[in-house]
Structures are given as structure tokens and as C-alpha cells.
Design a protein around this ligand. Structure first.
Ligand SMILES: Cc1ncc(COP(=O)(O)O)c(C=O)c1O
Length: 409
């Protein structure tokens, strides 16, 4: 099915001349089937986006997470415009700095304070440093393959990184409490922090929920050995529970990192923490030219209040379930076996016996050509702006795309 993408390719050619790789990082087109996906977008409204060639898509990537109440939600945009008229960036914060910190502390049962930055990477790295300052220890334990950002200690690719950058990082398999217990027992006097995402959402992999007792076991180990438990909730935060994904899975960390959905697309990240770490949080130098900007904070307050007022969390859960059930049904009608994984608000689908996810590339490309934006190797995101009609249309298009996959198999 031909899709008109001439403007996308024209712009990409221009970008390649002046930007290394054209578009880099997680939005690189290298992971997508060329000719099926747009590389540049022009606008968004609710659950729909339009590319630079005028093609319309139902958006299941939500900008890789940030858009949680829908593109251009009026409550968020009004709050943004109001603050923009007064100014964004000053010599000191606006009062929104306090209002938002108070709001996060109120929402999060274990938290007594909050700090703000711009990216998930900023707060994940800072949380590790706070754990080191609090414990006087050096090492950090993470799950193998888990993504915590672009900084040298955890960047997924080796270019530009030295062995020394990784010297204090220990890795264990996700969901393996015995391996973690063995590591902690042998190294406990050196371990400052265990940092985990609330569920496994590695790219190129089905999502995996924590098995019964895993996160509680992590909590217990941290308590027994004086280790700081950091929940990296950058990707899932505010999609599963307003009090953080720890509440959804029944665990309370010491520090939790947020970004993505906190401000519906405006640049902001946050770390919240317990009283016991307030002094360490004060000691670790943390700043950035835009950390105190008012506009993203106005957006965050409006976004979090809208999520609560519209019962967005329950909505995303219900819509995600409807999507997964529909895809599963449509696949079976073509004699295909698919796995839907992850919490319904951050769903993912892959094909059985498709280790390189090459069938998923065919499927997602066919969906993009039919106006449904999915990623073949990265979990998807629901927003509170998706509708039942969006899901039903998606399942209808999936029936056509599964037919193509069945023919290629
Ligand atoms: C779990 C997790 N941690 C950290 C990050 C890094 O966030 P950022 O890209 O805002 O630096 C991401 C980004 O995708 C993430 O998913």
C-alpha cells in the first residue's frame, strides 16, 4: 500500500546534511521500515498526529511516553500560555516550583521532598549520586539490559564510554531475586543503590511484569543491607498510578525518578524521596540552565490534575486491555500467535517464534501505512485521549496487516 511521504524524505535529506545521522537516539528512523513511516511530524490533536505530508495516524507511541492526556490538551495548553505570557525563565524559580513539589509529595505516599530537572537521564544519575552520598558507598546494581538513560554509567552503546565509567555498575537478570540476593550478600558493604524500572520494558523484548515477591524482596534486601532502592519510573510513571508505579505493584522505594508523562510533552523530570535522604539530596550538586523554568511546571500541574479529574489512569488501563484483546482476536483469525505483554497502559505485541521481531516490523509497517503508529521493537503507550473508536479502528486495520504477515510467514 503506497503512502505519500515525499516531504518526509525531502526533509530527511536536508537533515542528513547538517545533523549527524539526520535524527538520532530513540527516534532514529533506522529501526523503522523505510517508506512506511514518516520521519517528521507537523501537528497533534488528542490521540491523533499528522505528519509533514498530511497523513493522519492514531498515535500509540505518544512521543515515546510524554503525551499522556492527549496532544494539545486544552487544560495543559491554557496553563502553558498563561505562564508563557508572564515569562518562563528567570533568575530564580517561580512559585510553581513549590506548588509542584507539594503536589508530588501529596501524591506520593513515601515522598517528603521533590527536585526537578529536564530529562530522565538527569534524575536517574542524580539519584545514584544521592545514594552514594547517603551511604558512603560506590556501587550501583541494575538489571541487565535495562535502560536508565544516556549517561556514561548506563548508556546502552559503547562508543565514547570507558571501562572506568562502568567500574561501579553491577548487573543482575531482571526478576531473579536469588541472583540479586547472592550479589548483595557478597558485595553489600560496597553497594549504594539498586535501581530498577517497575517492570521490564527493554526494547527488542516482550515486557515482563515483576513476579510475585520480587519487588518486595528487593525492598527487604535494601532494608537489611542499608542500600537505597531507586525506582526508575521515567517511562511508566503517571500511566499506572498517580502515586507512582510502586503503588501499582505494591512496593515503596526510597527515591523515584519521573519524566515522560509528568508534563504532557513539556520538558521536565523529577525525583521524589524520603526524609532520610534529604541531607544527601542537598549535598549533591544539581542544576541546569532550565531546571527552574516555569512553563513546564505549569504544564505538569495541569497534566497531573487533568489525569486525576478525567480518571485517566483507569481509562488507559481499560483502553489498553481493549486493544490487546482485539489484536489477539484478530491475529488468531489469521492463524497467527501473538503475545501481548506489559501493563495495558503500556502495551506491546510480538509474534510467537519471531526472535528478531522481523514479523513485527512487517506488521507495524503495514499498520503505519494504514494510519496506525506503532513501533515494532519498543513498548507502546496509551493516552487518556484515546477512544474506543480509535481502538476499534486499530483492530480493523490490524486484521488487514495480519493478513500481510500471514502471507509473509
Ligand atoms: C526507564 C527510563 N529511564 C531513563 C530514561 C531516560 O530519560 P531521558 O530520555 O528523558 O533522558 C528513559 C527514557 O526512555 C527510560 O525509559
Amino acid at each position: 500500500m503506497a503512502v505519500q511521504l515525499s516531504r518526509t524524505f525531502e526533509l530527511f535529506e536536508r537533515a542528513m546534511r547538517v545533523v549527524p545521522g539526520g535524527i538520532y537516539g530513540h527516534q532514529t528512523p533506522a529501526l523503522l521500515v523505510p517508506g512506511s513511516y514518516p520521519y517528521f511530524f507537523a501537528r497533534g490533536d488528542g490521540s491523533h498526529v499528522w505528519d509533514v505530508d498530511g497523513n493522519e495516524y492514531i498515535d500509540y507511541l505518544c512521543s515515546y511516553g510524554p503525551i499522556v492526556v492527549g496532544h494539545c490538551h486544552p487544560a495543559v495548553e491554557e496553563a502553558v500560555l498563561r505562564q508563557m505570557r508572564d515569562g518562563n525563565c528567570f533568575n530564580a524559580p517561580t512559585p510553581l516550583w513549590i506548588e509542584l513539589a507539594e503536589h508530588l509529595v501529596e501524591l506520593t505516599p513515601f515522598a517528603d521532598w521533590a527536585v526537578f530537572a529536564k530529562n530522565g537521564s538527569d534524575v536517574c544519575t542524580w539519584a545514584v549520586e544521592v545514594a552514594r552520598a547517603a551511604t558512603g558507598r560506590r556501587k550501583v546494581v541494575k538489571a541487565a539490559g535495562a535502560y536508565h538513560g544516556t549517561h556514561a554509567w548506563c548508556s546502552p552503546l559503547p562508543a565514547g564510554i570507558t571501562d572506568e565509567d562502568r567500574a561501579n555498575v553491577l548487573e543482575v537478570p531482571w526478576n531473579d531475586l536469588s541472583a540479586l540476593t547472592a550479589l548483595v550478600t557478597s558485595e553489600s558493604s560496597a553497594i549504594a543503590a539498586i535501581i530498577l524500572t517497575p517492570f521490564r520494558h527493554d526494547a527488542f523484548h516482550d515486557s515482563e511484569l515483576p513476579v510475585d515477591g520480587y519487588l518486595a524482596g528487593v525492598r527487604r534486601l535494601c532494608d537489611q543491607h542499608g542500600i537505597v532502592f531507586i525506582l526508575d519510573d521515567v517511562r511508566a510513571g503517571f500511566r499506572l498510578h498517580l502515586g507512582g508505579s510502586g503503588e501499582y505493584f505494591g512496593v515503596r522505594p526510597d527515591l523515584a525518578c519521573y519524566c515522560k508523562a509528568i508534563a504532557n510533552g513539556y520538558a521536565l523530570s523529577a525525583c521524589v524521596g524520603r526524609e532520610a535522604f534529604r541531607n544527601a539530596a542537598q549535598d549533591v550538586f544539581f542544576t541546569g540552565s532550565y531546571f527552574t523554568s516555569g512553563v513546564p511546571m505549569a504544564a505538569a500541574l495541569a497534566c497531573l490534575r487533568t489525569l486525576a479529574a478525567e480518571d485517566g489512569i483507569a481509562r488507559m488501563d481499560a483502553l489498553g486491555r481493549r486493544l490487546c484483546e482485539g489484536l489477539d482476536r484478530a491475529a488468531r483469525a489469521h492463524d497467527l500467535r501473538v503475545t501481548t505483554s506489559g501493563p495495558p497502559a503500556l502495551p506491546f505485541m510480538s509474534f510467537a517464534d519471531d526472535p528478531g521481531q522481523s514479523l513485527n516490523r512487517v506488521f507495524c509497517a503495514a499498520m503505519a501505512e494504514r494510519g496506525i503508529y506503532l513501533h515494532p521493537h519498543h513498548n507502546w503507550f496509551m493516552s487518556a485521549a484515546h477512544t474506543e473508536a480509535d481502538i476499534d479502528r486499530t483492530v480493523d486495520r490490524a486484521e488487514q496487516a495480519f493478513k500481510i504477515v500471514a502471507a509473509e510467514r
